[in-house]
Design a binder for this molecule. Structure first.
Ligand code: NAP
Length: 251
């Protein structure tokens, strides 16, 4: 791959994906870039690079796209819980022989005094909730349905787009992005008398305020661990992705 002939596909969905796109377009202006969004969220960010929206049609569809678009490198910068997309990307890269790197931001770690309980998956998290708990759910719109048969609970559910499943009538839905202000998260928890936080271990800074708010309020946290993703080259930071992409572009 050369910097002028390569075409890099960035699988987006995270804040870091946008940073990868803008940093790469500055650092490698001769390299063609395409940023791909799933289309799950309607208000997509403005990017100064070409974008495409929507699924590829599984591994076969992505393989076909890679061949047609002449993709030489996939940067998988999807969310750590975007299991299907990461699996498809790894399989399609192997099938077509194109390079792949996954940006894997570090998971959140508990600090002294934190009352975290680890849950291996969504089912475990549901089983760990006390009877009649008042829970704040920081899980996705596809995943909230795993909890909705626990009608003994009060659930405060925040997500960007409406959930796929109906919520129990006595639960509260807030349609917004996570706040980055710890005080705002503490006020929200206090307003709805939340006694437990249920969160995916997404890592990163953009959704961390709720974790700090739970710490300040000494609330228990049920932390859902990440799915195990296929083995590929990984990078922990945008800077490392840039270094690896630059290296691949020059070989
Ligand atoms: P997923 O379950 O891994 O993906 C499902 C399908 O959506 C994929 O098979 C693919 O369809 C399509 N898709 C996903 N990301 C895509 C992308 N960047 N470009 C094109 N198509 C894409 O992932 P998900 O449905 O997005 O979300 C699963 C979990 O991750 C949820 O917890 C969600 O809240 C969280 N999450 C994901 C993202 C993300 O980057 N995708 C961002 C924020 C949060 P085809 O098989 O048809 O190609």
């Amino acid at each position: 791959m050369t910097s002028s002939s390569g075409h890099i596909l960035i699988l987006a969905g995270t804040f870091e994906a946008r940073r990868v796109a803008s940093s790469l377009s500055n650092a490698m202006p001769d390299t063609r870039l395409t940023v791909s969004f799933s289309g799950a969220v309607r208000d997509l960010p403005e990017l100064a690079v070409p974008t495409r929206v929507g699924g590829f049609g599984g591994v076969a569809g992505l393989g076909d796209y890679i061949n047609r678009a002449g993709i030489s490198l996939i940067i998988d910068a999807t969310h750590p819980f975007a299991f299907q997309m990461s699996c498809n990307a790894a399989a399609a890269a192997e099938m077509t022989g194109c390079e792949i790197i996954r940006l894997e931001r570090a998971p959140w770690e508990p600090e002294a005094g934190d009352r975290w309980r680890s849950a291996a998956n969504f089912e475990d998290a549901k089983a760990a909730l006390d009877t009649e708990a008042r829970a704040f759910f920081a899980v996705g719109r596809k995943e909230i349905g795993r909890f909705t048969d626990r009608t003994d609970l009060f659930g405060l559910v925040r997500m960007i787009e409406p959930p796929k499943h109906a919520l129990p009538d006595h639960w509260k839905l807030v349609l917004s992005r996570p706040s980055q202000q710890v005080e705002e998260e503490m006020e929200l928890f206090a307003k709805y008398r939340i006694d437990t936080l249920v969160s995916k271990n997404s890592g990163g800074t953009r959704a961390y305020a709720k974790i700090a708010a739970a710490r300040n309020l000494k609330l228990p946290v049920i932390m859902i661990e990440r799915p195990r993703l296929p083995t590929t080259k990984t990078a922990e930071s945008v800077a490392e992705i840039l270094r690896i992409a630059g290296h691949l572009a020059n070989h």
